[in-house]
Ligand binder design. Sequence first.
Ligand SMILES: C[S@@+](CC[C@H](N)C(=O)[O-])C[C@H]1O[C@@H](n2cnc3c(N)ncnc32)[C@H](O)[C@@H]1O
Length: 305
Amino acid sequence: MSEAVSASSTAPPNGAHRPAPAHRPVLIEQVIAFLAPRSGGHFIDGTVGAGGHAAAILERTGPDGRLLAIDRDPAALELARARLADYAGRVVFRHANFSDVAAVAGEERFRDVNGVVADLGVSSMMLDDAHRGFSFRQDGPLDMRMDPSQSVTASDIVNRAGETELADIIYRYGEERRSRRIARAIVRARPHRGTRDLAGAIESVSGGGRRGRIHPATRTFLALRVAVNRELDHLEAFLDGVPALLAGGARLAVISFHSLEDRIVKHRMRAIGRVVNRKVVRPDESERMANPRSRSAKLRVMERQ
Ligand SMILES: C[S@@+](CC[C@H](N)C(=O)[O-])C[C@H]1O[C@@H](n2cnc3c(N)ncnc32)[C@H](O)[C@@H]1O
């Protein structure tokens, strides 16, 4: 349910003076093993975030290696620029949605690339910054936009959507069985000004306690985030755009964090290439312990034939 991070042993060379990464890349050794970056290779990172996976790829591709680094969050791109400063000249940064990967790669002359990676969802920086509104653990505005230039915010949905539409969003994207009850409580308690306020309305119809390990607001917050950012539509467009960019035998590695994403990745990969790992790859216990946010990560890899 929650997002990324893992212990990384891939700090850039001479990188001691660089800012410490705020986000630890998940399943990094496995991603590198599957993509097997070689000297001179050209790669695309569709979700560069804090640059963890990108740094590991750049470290292995040598002075002629190149990487196209895409992110829809300008703050993440700034962080990636700082983190990847040692590789300046070999990285092209683009503020874009990965659903436009084909157009962006064409503009930047990335063709027949040796591998593509996408590490989906939100970064630790987004989750930990109360002002972005992704977390119910700290109070913040009902925003949840990964790209602040988008027009629709969580507040628009929470305070304006009809009760049935809201329930459908919570059910479909959050897989929340109590969607109708939660939607009714949200509509009754309008207007909602912040994340704690919204979480309180959800808690009020969830018996006050936690169901199992997750907080009662977890699924609703996930659903709103997916809806605000139209995450599933963009993922499908990305998966449709990638195959034409890959050289023969090159691979696409995708890390997802919830079942709806994983289902899309699994089915599309079957349709667009050879599935490399029939069994999904998950973080081992030491990674899960070191980085609880990695717990729900699932890696799937396909190869262009
Ligand atoms: C889990 S983080 C990536 C972390 C990165 N692999 C690292 O090692 O630091 C996910 C990133 O994907 C970005 N993102 C999510 N959906 C996107 C999309 N449709 N297009 C571009 N970037 C996206 C988010 O803004 C966020 O920075």
